[in-house]
Design a binder for this molecule. Sequence first.
Ligand SMILES: Nc1ncnc2c1ncn2[C@@H]1O[C@H](COP(=O)(O)OP(=O)(O)O)[C@@H](O)[C@H]1O
Ligand SMILES: [Mg+2]
Length: 390
Amino acid sequence: MLSTLAIANYRSLRELIVPLGPLNVITGPNGSGKSNLYRALRLLALTARGGVIPSLAREGGLQSTLWAGPERFSRAVAKGEYAVQGTVRKDAVSLKLGFSGETFGYAIDLGLPMPGSSYFSLDPVIKRECIWGGPVLRPSALLVDRQGPMIRIRDEDAGRGEWTTLAQPVASFDSMMTEFADPRSAPEMIAVREQIRSWRFYDHFRTDEHAPARQVQIGTHSPVLADDGANLAAALQTIREIGDGAALDTAIGDAFPGARVEIVNHEGRFEVALRQEGLLRSLRGAELSDGTLRYLLLAAALLSPRPPALLVLDEPETSLHPDLLPSLARLIARASAHSQVLVVSHAARLVAALEREAGSQSIVLERRLGATALADEDALDVPAWKWPSR
Ligand SMILES: Nc1ncnc2c1ncn2[C@@H]1O[C@H](COP(=O)(O)OP(=O)(O)O)[C@@H](O)[C@H]1O
Ligand SMILES: [Mg+2]
C-alpha cells in the first residue's frame, strides 16, 4: 500500500505531499487541482509502462505541463502585499513524481535536454530515478539509482555500500523500469514495476450513442475492464463466471430494484442488456440511459476479479442520478477491501457515504496563490518526504 504521494512542478501541483490510506476521498472546489492529482498519478504509472515521455508530449510538452507560477514566493507575496511577478529562472526545470509505502519508495525527476543537443529539444529527459527501501529516501536506503544514462544497483553480495554499475547506459527517454529487468540483481525494481503496472485509472467513460460500451464486441475473458469500457459485456460475464457474481447481482438490484444484467451472446460476440421490472423484453446496450450504462461500467471496474494494487477514479458520479450514489459508495467500499482506492469526487452524497466507511480518509484540496495545497494540513499528518537531488 502507498502511504505517501509526492508531486513537484506538475501543473498546479507546485509541491504537494499527500498522505494516503486504504480509501482516499479527494474533494475541493473547481480548479483546485483534483484532476491534476489524478493525471500526475497516471503519469507516474506510465513510467513503468514506458509511456511517460509520449504522454507528457500529448499533454503539450514539459513546458506546458510544468508549474506556471514562480519558482519561489517571497514572503511579501505570500502575505498578499505584492502581486506575483516573473523572475529569471534560477533552478533547472524539474518535474518530479514519487510515491512510497512501508517497504519501497520510487521517484523520477524530469527535465529538459541541453540546448542544441538534439532535434527533440521539447522532449523531456529523465535526469534521475531512484528506488529505495522504506518510506523516506535516505542515501543508505537507496537500492537502485539512475543518474542520467547510468544505472547503479546496490550489490548485496559484495556487502553494504558496494554498487554495481550497469555496462549498458539507458536512453534519456527510457525509464530504468522498462529498460532493466533482471530479477536476480534487482528484485526490488521488478517488485515496484509490477506493483505500478497493476494500477488502474478510470475517468469519464463515454456513454454517447457510439460509445464502445454500447456496441456488440468480441467476447473474450476480461478480468480487467478496458479504459474506454469497450469490453463491458465480456467483463461482466467474466465476473459472473470467475468472480463474485452474487455481488454483481446485488449491486445492480441495489441500484435498479428488480433489474438484472444479461449478457446477450451473438455467436461469440457479446452485448450488454438489462432486464427490468415491468418491461416485456430486456433493454440492449444501445437503449440504456447514460446513467445506467455508466453505473454498469463502474460496477464492472469495481468488481474486477483481478483487483489492482491501486484503483483511481476521477468523478465517478458524472451523469449518475443522486439515488445511485449510495450503491456506488457500497461498491467502492467493497473494492477498497482488495485494492487501495483513490476517488476524486464532487458529489456530496457520495463523499458523505464514503467518509462513513472504515479506513477512509478525506483529502480536501484548495488553491493558494495558484498552487494546489492541502486545505487541512494539520488534520492530515503529512508524512516526511525527500526528493533525490540531481
Ligand atoms: N502548468 C500549470 N501551472 C499552474 N497551474 C496550472 C497549470 N496547468 C493547469 N493549471 C491549473 O490547474 C487548474 C485545473 O485543475 P484541475 O485539476 O483540472 O481542477 P479540478 O479540481 O476541477 O479537477 C486550473 O485552474 C489551471 O489554472
Ligand atoms: Mg476535475
